[in-house]
Design a protein around this ligand. Structure first.
Ligand code: FAD
Length: 447
């Protein structure tokens, strides 16, 4: 067998087996052999795992691998989010986001039931605080109905307490189908099924490039793609990347345009102290500011009984920057060179600065929350965890709010699909997104 690949598989570093326990490993796991996969999925978050599982369920004969740079799955957005099962109220009727969320909601609840994944249908209130927001609430309600969100109700001021005893507002939407779950657990469940069906999960495998390799098996010439990492490479016929916060970097590796770029926005949460937890039994959301794709700081009960308040949205100095002090020089330089970010900052300088001040002096954020439940004071909260959103942005600073798929240049580009933007609520929509991407893989790659 001859090979034209410049970086060869290094047999000496192979043979480490993947640890079975929740797919975590402290050593490079690379049960890599010389076989060529049919499909390699880059990214072990919920979108990659759901899609790999869906593909193997549809095509059990395929050899599929998931490669993930961390030593565990679900380490980034999938493991750092609000844990809400969204019902699909906000999204433009007819959009993919709306369709995939409502479909994903139903598929998710069926899946949780079938696989004994704990969840709670705690419901959700979206509460208007001003007359302007009352108008917006009526529009949101209509949107939700158009999106086929089940059993939505408009609640007048005097009846809000029936859904959340201590919550105040001018009007609200009640969504009984909204729930909570641990999305990281769901992702691990998808991965476990994928492995049981014969799929391979390779951790500690950071993809650094793709290359076409010329090989001959004696009868015909084959041209697999080598998926390269620092010390290894694996071969595959086709590639799907679902790399979240790094999706633009993966896309550039096969000759795609830099745009849309990923700009990281951290979402920080506060934690409600134990003696005030009884004040919140359901999700309480504000009316979202239509200028932003974020849903606003909300009250969210967690599966372990905690109450999270957040997330806010502040620019992060690292794509995986979960704290203000996390600074990544490469990420900062790239952001400093990106004209889209300047344009966005100029447009939103005042709300952006306000958000940053509230993030640093966190008791200030409590004033926003007191409009909903006024028994909460700054003494009742402490700093909690944070997540980082992969916000796709174009060169004009416009936030890209829809799915973006790309391939790249030349013959390699025709065998790679990059999922460059899988916007929130991609956890809720994950099973529907997986079906959508699988249809695309079947069509484009003739699986
Ligand atoms: C603060 C916050 C709150 C949210 N709340 C909700 C919610 O309540 N409900 C909801 O439905 N959605 C929510 N979302 C959205 C949801 O979490 C994400 O849309 C979803 O998790 C995206 O999944 P993913 O697989 O695309 O990305 P990720 O989970 O980020 O996975 C991408 C993976 O790719 C890996 N990777 C990247 N580069 C490479 C490389 N070069 N080589 C190998 N691997 C690589 C990463 O390590 C990572 O594991 C929230 C998101 C955030 C940030």
């Amino acid at each position: 067998m001859s090979t034209g690949v410049t970086r060869c598989l290094q047999r000496s570093s192979l043979g480490h087996l993947i640890k079975a326990c929740r797919y975590s490993s402290s050593t490079p796991s690379a049960d890599l052999d010389s076989k060529t996969y049919d499909l390699v999925v880059v990214g072990g978050g919920i979108v990659g795992c759901a899609t790999a599982r869906e593909m193997l369920e549809r095509h059990p004969q395929l050899k599929i691998a998931i490669v993930e740079k961390e030593n565990k799955l679900a380490m980034h957005q999938t493991g750092h989010n609000s844990g809400v099962v969204h019902a699909g109220i906000y999204y433009t009727p007819g959009s993919m986001k709306a369709k995939l969320c409502v479909e994903g909601l139903k598929l998710s609840y069926d899946y949780f039931g079938k696989h004994n994944i704990p969840y709670k249908k705690v419901g959700k209130l979206i509460v208007a605080q001003t007359q302007e927001q009352v108008k917006q609430i009526a529009e949101l309600h209509e949107r939700g109905i158009k999106n086929n969100v089940p059993e939505l109700q408009l609640i007048d001021k005097n009846n809000i307490y029936k859904f959340e005893k201590n919550c105040k507002g001018e009007m609200a939407i009640w969504s009984p189908w909204t729930g909570i779950v641990d999305w990281s657990q769901v992702c691990h469940s998808y991965a476990s099924e994928f492995e049981k069906m014969g799929g391979k999960i390779i951790l500690n495998y950071e993809v650094t490039g793709f290359e076409e390799t010329k090989e001959s098996n004696g009868q015909q010439e084959l041209v697999p793609i080598s998926v390269l990492s620092k010390n290894n490479s694996i071969k595959t016929k086709y590639v799907l990347t679902c790399a979240g916060l790094h999706s633009d970097r993966l896309a550039v590796m096969t000759g795609c345009d830099l745009s849309p770029r990923i700009v990281p926005f951290r979402g920080e949460y506060l934690l409600l102290n134990d003696d005030k937890k009884h004040l919140c039994t359901t999700n309480i959301y504000p009316v979202p500011d239509p200028r932003f794709p974020f849903l606003g700081v909300h009250f969210t009960p967690r599966m372990n009984g905690d109450i999270w308040l957040g997330p806010n949205a502040v620019l992060a100095f690292s794509r995986e920057g979960y704290r203000w002090t996390d600074v990544n020089i490469r990420d900062c330089i790239e952001m400093a060179k990106f004209p889209g970010l300047y344009k966005l900052c100029l447009r939103f300088i005042v709300p952006g600065l306000k958000e940053a001040v509230k993030s640093i002096i966190y008791p200030l954020a409590v004033n926003d929350l007191r409009r909903f439940i006024n028994q909460i004071t700054y003494k009742d909260v402490k700093r909690g965890p944070a997540g980082v959103r992969a916000q796709a942005m174009d060169n004009d600073g416009k936030l890209v709010d829809d799915f973006v798929f790309d391939g790249g240049a030349g013959s390699i580009g025709s065998r790679v699909i990059h999922c460059r933007n899988a916007p929130s609520p991609a956890a809720t929509s994950s099973m529907a997104i997986a079906k959508f991407i699988s249809d695309k893989l079947e069509k484009d790659f003739k699986f």
